[in-house]
Design a protein around this ligand. Structure first.
Ligand code: AMP
Length: 112
């Protein structure tokens, strides 16, 4: 089954890429919810947070470090938010694990 984020990771669908390495990629969200809205994905297909196992520990660390790097590269010195949506009630619409990095304006809490 095709997965849009797998296609982006493979370079078959274009994206506004910030950076990538062998494990992760960061690119701008096509429908930004804040002045800066970057997605960080593992290149390997992991459907959602519930599919993560203890064996993914190193990868999870890489994803968080990539989120921090994306915030720094986009100049979010005033702060930012990292979000993982999981499942329908969590607002997940793409079935490939991803971190949202949001910033560039004050973000309300709690989120909607
Ligand atoms: P979520 O709702 O948490 O699953 O987040 C999925 C995100 O992917 C949404 O914010 C979408 O705007 C974003 N998105 C979907 N397709 C693309 C794409 N081709 N390029 C960049 N972002 C995308």
């Amino acid at each position: 089954m095709s997965c849009i984020f797998c296609e982006i990771a493979a370079g078959r669908i274009p994206a506004r890429k910030l950076f990538e390495d062998d494990q992760v990629m960061a690119f701008h969200d096509v429908s930004p919810q804040a002045p800066t809205h970057v997605l960080v994905i593992p290149k390997a297909h992991i459907p959602d947070l519930d599919a993560v196992t203890a064996g993914h520990g190193t990868l999870l660390g890489e994803l968080l470090l990539a989120a921090r790097k994306a915030a720094a590269q986009t100049g979010l010195y005033g702060g930012y938010r990292v979000v993982v949506n999981r499942g329908a009630d969590g607002g997940q619409s793409v079935g490939h694990l991803h971190l949202h990095v949001l910033g560039g304006r004050p973000l309300a809490w709690p989120p909607g």
